[in-house]
Design a protein around this ligand. Structure first.
Ligand SMILES: Cc1cc2nc3c(=O)[nH]c(=O)nc-3n(C[C@H](O)[C@H](O)[C@H](O)COP(=O)(O)OP(=O)(O)OC[C@H]3O[C@@H](n4cnc5c(N)ncnc54)[C@H](O)[C@@H]3O)c2cc1C
Length: 307
């Protein structure tokens, strides 16, 4: 059996989720990695992960590969594979459903464990239960929550096969730019510091950035904080935001609504900082600091900087 993994990349860099996808797929069969889009040949040089036996390269016309043009390439490649696997990222979530529809196959999304070639585990009910499902499809098309897998190390150089360039799709990416801030990728960061509406202003929310920097982590936000304009949309953690599973998650002024918990319950250690000892996030936290964030956050920043 051969397995096709779709490499995720962003502005000329492989996304950390690509190495994690390789770990998720280990043991399923012969692993091929497709690096597609503008600059794919250069990116392929950094994609020789242990366990991958071949890298396929398809250059593309767009600054970021569009689902439209990728899908056509994947449809052509599909007959040679038992599995096509992508990250549950913006790209994977965009490409996979349409690909599955084109191939007449039911996709399995948000996989957190691959038990056997046709048996998968994924969260349901906003992360409150896990569904174990077995699929009788001849081709398994999956999206994987990569944050639960460790990154595969780099391995020996493997053959690189150059495919025909991606054909332009109906949608074109005109420009792509990195959002402000120099934080690690939220979905694969080891430490995530999230803030809620309780911060009260953009200026106060910015303190989270200092705390995240002191810890080498990424910044997350609740939907309420995003809606209030304190944080950009792509920092939102939760059911309708990003799914994170860091080693350490610090939620500050975050109540822990069900929809927020759905995005971070996989964290290995949870710390809640809240004035309300009854807040749902306090209930699920490993450690809680009950108090006012206005007093606690500056003290934490000072302490971590000193440490
Ligand atoms: C369909 C749907 C999808 C949604 N998707 C998401 C999602 O993806 N992500 C998400 O986050 N939400 C999502 N929501 C919204 C969610 O239900 C909550 O409204 C939101 O998470 C609450 O954000 P919050 O914790 O910032 O605010 P609140 O719930 O208002 O909580 C504020 C918290 O701050 C504490 N606090 C107040 N002052 C201080 C202080 N000075 N110091 C310390 N603590 C303080 C309070 O005790 C409280 O616990 C969704 C809702 C719906 C209906």
């Amino acid at each position: 059996m051969s397995v096709l993994i779709l490499a995720d990349h962003d502005l000329g860099q492989l996304s950390p989720s690509t190495a994690r996808l390789v770990t998720a797929a280990q043991g399923l069969g012969d692993l091929h990695l497709l690096v597609a889009g503008q600059g794919a040949s250069a990116l392929a040089a950094a994609a020789h992960f242990a366990g991958v036996s071949k890298i396929l390269v398809a250059e593309g016309p767009d600054a970021l590969p569009t689902a439209d043009s990728l899908r056509a390439a994947l449809v052509a490649l599909a007959p040679g594979y038992s599995h096509i696997i992508a990250a549950s990222s913006s790209l994977g979530r965009d490409v996979i459903p349409g690909l599955a529809a084109r191939l007449g196959v039911m996709p399995v999304t948000d996989v957190v464990e691959i038990v056997a070639p046709n048996r998968f585990v994924r969260p349901i009910y906003a992360g409150n239960a896990f569904e174990h499902l077995s699929s009788s499809e001849p081709l398994h098309i999956l999206t994987v929550r990569t944050s639960v897998f460790t990154p595969a190390p780099l391995g020996a150089a493997v053959p690189v096969e150059t495919l025909a360039p991606l054909a332009p799709g109906r949608v074109t990416t005109l420009r792509a730019e990195r959002s402000a801030g120099d934080f690690p990728d939220l979905t694969s960061a080891a430490v995530v510091v999230s803030g809620g509406i309780a911060f009260g202003s953009v200026e106060k929310f910015a303190a989270l950035g200092d705390l995240a920097t002191a810890l080498g982590g990424a910044v997350g936000a609740t939907r309420a904080a995003v809606d209030a304009g304190y944080a950009p949309n792509d920092w939102q953690v939760g059911q309708t935001g990003k799914i994170v599973a860091p080693d350490l998650y610090i939620g500050i002024g975050v109540s822990g609504a069900l929809q927020h918990l759905a995005g971070m319950q996989g964290a290995k250690r949870i710390v809640a900082i809240n004035t309300d000892p009854e807040a749902p996030l306090v209930k699920v936290a490993d450690y809680a600091l009950i108090g006012d964030l206005v007093e606690i956050v500056p003290q934490l920043i000072a302490a971590f900087r000193k440490a």
